[in-house]
Design a protein around this ligand. Structure first.
Ligand code: MTE
Ligand code: MO
Length: 249
């Protein structure tokens, strides 16, 4: 691989900070990646799966899957494959420090009031997809339904990939732009994007938007998420974290 960062998180260099969305190191890396880029650009599931394993193993940040196709999502999975759960089997658990633990099927989730947002999606390594339509349930609604106990301070959110986790403070999770997303880009969240249900944290970098969402555990301490254990900021505000302090939010 032209760019590999095995063994540590991507560190922003001084010249990469600020208004440039794409770091020089990433641009250099793109030069050797034309062929891979084309494969990631199409929707063929088999090709994505075949490519995922070597890419994520060599470079868990996804840097080597950066491709020069503007405005497109890159598909990431730290487990090297795309987990699957059918719509019928799917359940979302809300438990921990709550009065009424919830176990919600996809139909249960669909029957609750949905919120629509149109927002950019931005990965911390530089790529951004503008004006993505999202639809889902505000996390705050589910917290209210479950009844958060006074001692609670954080959420620990888990993926059915068995590895990836995320964290939010209760205050962050209660924002109006933090959703349990059932739809993105005008249709159901697809398997590669973390379907049937993923988290969407609009004001923060993409790594907060956990895919293949399985559980919201209400807890009373911070349990840093997968990338946060590997050096990324817990509070991942776009433009104000991870060494980027002057991009517009
Ligand atoms: N379970 C899981 N969720 C995840 C990731 C992952 O590897 N596994 N990658 C994160 C990162 S770094 C980004 S930028 C987005 C990418 O979303 P996409 O794969 O739909 O483009 O998912 C986030 N959620
Ligand atoms: Mo990311």
């Amino acid at each position: 691989m032209a760019v590999s960062n095995a063994g540590g998180p991507y560190q922003l260099r001084p010249e990469d900070r600020g208004g440039t969305p794409i770091g020089r190191r990433v641009v250099l890396g793109m030069l050797g990646l034309g062929a891979l880029g084309i494969a990631f650009g199409d929707k063929a599931q088999a090709r994505i799966e075949r490519l995922l394993r070597p890419l994520t193993q060599n470079d868990p940040t996804g840097l080597t899957s950066f491709v020069p196709t503007a405005g497109r999502f890159r598909i990431y999975s730290v487990v090297g494959h795309l987990p699957k759960r059918s719509d019928g089997e799917y359940r979302l658990t809300v438990d921990g420090l709550v009065d009424r633990p919830l176990e919600l099927s996809l139909d249960d989730l669909r029957s609750r009031p949905q919120t629509d947002l149109v927002r950019d999606f931005q990965c911390v390594v530089g790529w951004r997809v503008a004006d993505v339509p999202w639809r889902g349930i505000k996390v705050s609604k589910l917290l209210d339904e479950a009844g958060v106990q006074p001692s609670a301070t954080h959420l620990r959110i888990a993926s059915f990939d068995g590895v990836y986790t995320e964290s939010l403070t209760i205050d962050q999770a209660r924002r109006d732009d933090v959703l349990v997303a059932l739809e993105m880009q005008g249709g159901p969240v697809t398997r590669e994007h973390g379907g049937p249900v993923r988290l969407y944290v609009a004001p923060m970098y993409g790594y907060k938007s956990l895919k293949w969402m399985e559980r919201i555990e209400v807890v009373n301490e911070l349990d840093p998420g997968y990338w946060e254990e590997r050096g990324y900021d817990v509070d991942a505000w776009i433009g104000k974290s991870n060494g980027r302090d002057d991009e517009p939010v």
